[in-house]
Ligand binder design. Sequence first.
Ligand code: ZN
Ligand code: ZN
Ligand code: ZN
Length: 137
Amino acid sequence: MDKASVLHNFIKQRGLKITKNRLMVLEYLKKNKKPMAVEDISKSLKLNIVTTYRILESFVSTGLIYQTDFRKGKSFFEFQDANHHHHHITCIKCDLREHIDFCFSAKIERDILKSTSFEKVTGHIIEFFGICSKCNK
Ligand SMILES: [Zn+2]
Ligand SMILES: [Zn+2]
Ligand SMILES: [Zn+2]
């Protein structure tokens, strides 16, 4: 399957209509492989910020991308493959951000199900903050 039809499928599978702008935003997020701010996406793609935000919202609500907050008062958006679920740790001084390639939620989820009335956990957002080795000197 070529690259364009892979993107088409991602969007179609979520029940969204395929548009040129949606394809462009998805390709951009997929290529960048890191959390991106709306402002940066809109600027790089020369796409109106409201349009960009609407596209991102449609992707987030259908689970195609992941939205997170690094305590900067703005949201960041990242494409996450089903087989590459991961977390981040961000330096509170210089904003250096690294991926954490493992997840530890299975036990926590069992405890949540035991202590609440829920029967299923379908997702979670966990971000870590710290001080990188450069800033700690
Ligand atoms: Zn990431
Ligand atoms: Zn740092
Ligand atoms: Zn996780």
